[in-house]
Structures are given as structure tokens and as C-alpha cells.
Design a protein around this ligand. Sequence first.
Ligand SMILES: *[C@@H]1O[C@H](CO)[C@@H](O)[C@H](O)[C@H]1NC(C)=O
Ligand SMILES: *[C@@H]1O[C@H](CO)[C@@H](O)[C@H](O)[C@H]1NC(C)=O
Length: 212
Amino acid sequence: MRNIATLVLSVMVLVGAVSAATNTVIDLSHYNGNVDLKKAWDDGIRTIIHKATQGTKYVDPKYSTNKAAAEKLGFVWAAYHFADGSNGTVQADHFVKTAGNVRRYVIDLEDNPKGTTVGKQQAEEMVKAMEKKTGQTPIVYGNAYFLDSLNSKILRSCPLWIASYRSSSPRMPKNWSAWLMWQYTDGKLGMEPHTVKGIGKVDRSFLQPPSL
Ligand SMILES: *[C@@H]1O[C@H](CO)[C@@H](O)[C@H](O)[C@H]1NC(C)=O
Ligand SMILES: *[C@@H]1O[C@H](CO)[C@@H](O)[C@H](O)[C@H]1NC(C)=O
């Protein structure tokens, strides 16, 4: 009996550790088309991180309509900015002005095949400008290869949203020891589930509790 109790207890501890993160986060942009957020809510999604801006001028055409719908339904709302190689302070201005009232701000750092790619200087300038304007440290999104290439102490001080479609545990960038969120699928690669009702295939992420 005692052995069984110990076994049950260790299994519970193990399961507890694995399931500590919640799988209730998606990220969206206009690429997802028309989405039914009520269905997504009923499917268990609670946090939406939406593309707001890119560079110094671009605004995602679905940002404001999806934001209004999500707020009515009670979602936690966060906004992301796809950074490029233009001036970091100007990008931060554009992002903060467009995002409106949000729980958190995210800077998306990745290779840009259709234009200039963000470098260390722009990324760092953006973090500093965001802190000044919002009083919050922004969350940094990226994959290990790209974040390693920037090798920045300033970025390292930001909470990490790691993109890694490996099925076991994420490939971590150097200098970060923990992640706040792990984007485990882009809707095609990575472990299941890949879909959400009302949306279809979509980027999904684990979030460390308690919440954003
Ligand atoms: C970016 O723009 C800001 C505001 O116009 C300016 O103060 C800053 O020097 C610029 N940064 C660079 C690297 O040119
Ligand atoms: C990252 O970590 C390595 C080794 O732990 C260290 O040598 C390097 O200076 C760190 N880089 C930054 C930007 O903190």
C-alpha cells in the first residue's frame, strides 16, 4: 500500500510539472482571415496576441475589429509588432500608438524575407523606447537561432516567448533560462493540437501561470 501511494504521488508530481503551463494562448494576424472568436472561447482559448504593426507605418487590417470582438468576450488581449531594420524608436512609437489598451506588448524578432531585417541596434532601441512609453518591459518573441544571432544583454532582460516546433521541449536561446510562453506549433509543425474551433490551423502557445 505504501509503495503504491508513493508511486501515485510521484506520478501526480510529474504530471503536475508537465501540465503547469496552460495551452490557452493563440496569436493572430490578418493572415488568419475571418475568425469566430466566440467559438475559440468555447474551445478554451483565453488569451489572444494579435499583430498590430510592422516597421514604422504598417497596421494589421484585422487588429481593431478583432480587438473589439475579443474585449466583448473577455479575452486577455496583447499586441505584437513585427520589427524590421528601420529606426527602433520610431517603430516603438508607431506600435504603442496603434496598439491601444493592451495587457502586454510583444516585439517579434525574426528574419524578414520581404524587407529589412531587425538588427541588434534597432531591437535594443525599441525595448528601451517601449519601457519609457509604457512603463513595462516588452516580451521578446523569436526562435533560438535568431535570438542567438542578436546576442543582446538588453533583450535578455525581457520575458521570453520562444518559437520552437520541437515536440519535446523548446530549443532555448543562449542566455535565457526560462520561457514565459512557448509557441509549440505554427498550425502545421510541432505537437498537437494545431487547430482551434472558429479559426482552424493557428499558432498556439503554452503559457506559464498565472497569466500574461
Ligand atoms: C531614431 O529616431 C530617434 C527619434 O527620431 C532618434 O532620436 C534616434 O537617434 C534614432 N536612432 C538612430 C539609431 O538613428
Ligand atoms: C551569454 O552567455 C554567455 C555564456 O554563458 C556569455 O559568455 C555571454 O556574455 C552572454 N551574453 C549576453 C549578451 O549576456
